[in-house]
Design a binder for this molecule. Structure first.
Ligand code: PLP
Length: 439
């Protein structure tokens, strides 16, 4: 028996319960060396798999020929947004949006992890049945023999949102029986897209956790069914981590090469932690101490903050911290951080800031007005990041500690815009209206 229950430092616990947004600095940041090269093999394998999958993706989705079958997004200068939020480029550095809401086919960051896991599973099955060779071009997976094989197999996932879309769309495109378990309150447009693509949508009463549990049980009972597990999947994680390489190239293309004198700050919305955690690991591998990664979480669902701040000796959820996990940012409404990812973030993550739902709508509207870009509420979470670093006491103490306060004009700020590409225009209009109600 272990009657130890995890807890937070007193001041932090009451601050979180007040639901006032805050910036938490990770006291363990930089205390351990980054993972050894062995920990990086999965990232290189994922990058290699995406490269070998380009012809396949063009074959499955003709609209992808334009981008040569790459799952990549632009790094967009965000000077107008920066000015609209009152930040001055000569004093506060240069802002960019990493436009994952533009990612092809799935319209969100889940294209990176989700497509990677489906491709990896499909490749493994093909190799096992003598239909492909390890390390070969994945175009083999589009051949009739492979499709016949996949038609006997199922790929299942439990997700109310973007993960379900990315897994369901890619699995169905390859010819798998694709099953997406959702809670009844999931958005109708998401269910429609999945059904149009040939996926089966199973609706469950109860919440998201119940949908995942029921989906997993159904999948586990079928030996030909594979279940994508958002909480502990290394294939998802490495698919996200592969994003780092292209971002570093883009920073060079924009004449912002990262260095001690010109560091990069990256702001990543966090749900269970797989997407932002994978990207953080990938960036740390390439840029080391020249990159500083911060997660953004809703005030009601700061699961990574709670897990890291509790000391990590056992799982601690936002419910344990006295919070209710109620937020409109559906991609981020997660009570417990991934047990795979949180230990990896222990010494790599600089900190976490929290965001109110009201601020999400205001920032979604701000991006629309300044840049003409439609993003979803979860994707707006990172926008407050530069403000926290440059304007708050905690942010300034972080900059001082790292010798950056007098070099703040040199900082490149990258706000990761994680989704919204498939969002119906009417939903976006409703979200903008929520912003104006905030005044
Ligand atoms: C899933 C998601 C995230 C967070 O990713 P996790 O792996 O759950 O941490 C952020 N934004 C959007 C739009 C998402 O769909």
């Amino acid at each position: 028996m272990n009657d130890y229950s995890p807890s937070l430092p007193d001041g932090l616990a009451s601050q979180l319960r007040s639901r006032q947004p805050l910036l938490w600095l990770n006291p363990s940041y930089g205390t351990a060396l980054p993972p050894s090269a062995a920990g990086y093999e999965g990232i290189l394998a994922a990058a290699d798999r995406f490269a070998r999958g380009r012809r396949l993706l063009c074959a499955l989705f003709p609209q992808m020929s334009a981008c040569g079958g790459t799952i990549e997004s632009e790094l967009l200068p965000a000077a107008a947004l920066q000015r609209a939020l009152g930040a001055d480029p000569t004093r506060d550095g240069v802002w960019f949006l990493k436009a994952d809401h533009q990612l092809p086919i799935a319209g969100s960051i889940k294209a990176r992890g989700g497509f990677h896991e489906v491709l990896a599973h499909a490749e493994a099955l093909a190799i096992q049945h003598g239909l492909a060779l390890p390390g070969g071009d994945l175009i083999e997976l589009a051949k009739p023999q492979a499709r016949a094989l996949y038609s006997r197999h199922t790929i299942a996932v439990g997700s109310t949102g973007n993960l379900g879309l990315s897994i369901g769309i890619m699995a169905a495109a390859l010819g798998f029986a694709a099953v997406v378990h959702m809670s009844v309150d999931a958005k109708d447009w998401k269910k429609s897209i999945l059904r149009e693509r040939g996926a089966r949508v199973v609706e469950h009463g109860g919440d998201y956790a119940a949908a995942v549990a029921a989906g997993r049980a159904e999948s586990d009972a079928d030996p030909l069914s594979y279940f994508v597990d958002d909480e502990s999947s290394t294939l998802l994680f490495y698919g996200y981590a592969a994003a780092a390489q292209r971002l570093v190239e883009q920073l060079h293309e924009h004449k912002r090469p990262p260095s001690a004198d010109h560091p990069v700050f990256v702001y990543l919305p966090c749900g269970v932690g797989g997407a932002p955690g994978g990207i953080t690991l990938g960036l740390k591998r390439l840029l080391g101490e020249h990159v500083h990664c911060f997660f953004a979480e809703p005030v009601a669902s700061p699961c990574m903050l709670v897990q890291l701040a509790s000391g990590e000796s056992s799982p601690m959820s936002v419910y344990d911290a006295g919070l209710d996990n109620k937020t409109d940012a559906d991609g981020l409404a997660v009570p417990l951080a991934s047990p795979l990812v949180s230990p990896i973030m222990h010494s790599l993550l600089s900190g976490v800031f929290t965001v109110s739902d009201d601020a999400l709508y205001v920032n979604l509207n701000g991006v629309w007005k300044a840049e003409g870009i439609e993003i979803e509420p979860s994707a707006a979470a990172g926008i407050a990041g530069p403000g926290w670093l440059l304007e708050s006491e905690a942010g300034r103490s972080y900059l001082t500690k790292h010798g950056l306060l007098d070099r703040r004009a040199n900082i490149t700020h990258v706000i990761w815009s994680t989704g919204g590409g498939l969002l119906p225009a009417s939903d976006h209009a409703r979200f903008r209206a929520m912003a104006t109600q905030q005044g």
